[in-house]
Ligand binder design. Structure first.
Ligand code: GLN
Length: 248
């Protein structure tokens, strides 16, 4: 499955997270260490979203492997941001490989990524999808499980639900409709990060006014903590907070 990360803190060049850290996201795309049976490498596209000083986040996405994009290293070296969400994708069998299917998905201040798979796709979740406005279904980013999960979370955000509730409720309803799904979701508005663990790895490093959440630790800093499965993580620059899912 995919690998994803989110950062909040003092502005740093995107290249630090994507290329320079010992186990940076580009390295996790070709040499991930903890895929838990969900694929081998993450070569089916990538996306980087970051928050400029003003206004909504900016995205750079592609259907190429992150390591082979000729423009990204230069762009990442000169672009600094204090809030970032990035992902590399390993497409689930039968799902299209296009830039539109690569996270982050976005609307307004929100950036979203999914690491995992909806079991029994698409039949298991047709009834859930039918509760969305028809327009949302006609304009899904891509015909993939991750894009539907984003539409479900976004629907709740648009209705004014707090992000931690939107993520926890979506994990609960999809988990009930499609048991055996892997549901590591990652959402940020540039001021806080909400992430779920449901079948895949996730680690967090917080403190010193910054927080980094990543499928796999970016380095061997002893501050990294593995997030246990079945948890909801809410983090801002003050640090991370964990709650068991189901009691969120
Ligand atoms: N099921 C997702 C997709 O194909 C996969 C995301 C992942 O974790 N590989 O887009």
């Amino acid at each position: 499955m995919c690998r994803h990360l989110a950062y909040l803190g003092p502005p740093l060049p995107l290249s630090r997270l994507l290329f320079e850290a010992p186990h940076a996201l580009a390295r996790q795309s070709w040499a991930p260490k903890d895929m838990r049976g969900g694929g081998t490498i993450n070569a089916d596209g990538f996306g980087v979203g970051w928050y400029p000083a003003d206004g909504p986040p900016v995205r750079f996405r592609s259907e190429r492997p992150m390591w082979s994009d000729p423009s990204l290293p230069g762009l990442a070296a000169v672009t600094a941001a204090g809030a970032v969400l990035a992902a590399v994708r390993s497409a689930t069998e039968s799902m299209p490989v296009t830039s539109a299917a690569a996270a982050p998905f976005a609307e307004g201040p929100w950036l979203f990524s999914h690491n995992g798979v909806v079991a029994g796709w698409p039949d298991a979740v047709t009834a859930l999808a039918a509760r969305l406005p028809t327009r949302d279904l006609l304009t899904l980013d891509a015909p993939t499980d991750s894009a539907l999960l984003w539409a479900l979370v976004r629907h709740r955000l648009r209705a004014g639900e707090p992000p931690e509730q939107a993520v926890a409720a979506t994990v609960a309803e999809v988990g009930a409709a499609a048991p055996g799904s892997r549901l590591n979701l990652l959402l940020t508005d540039g001021a806080r990060i909400v992430a779920s663990t449901g079948g895949h790895a996730l680690s967090v490093r917080g403190g010193d006014g910054c927080v980094l959440v990543s499928s796999e630790p970016l380095d061997d800093d002893p501050g990294w903590r593995a997030v246990p499965d079945g948890h909801l993580l809410v983090a801002d620059a003050a640090g991370p907070h964990l709650t068991p899912l189901g009691r969120a």
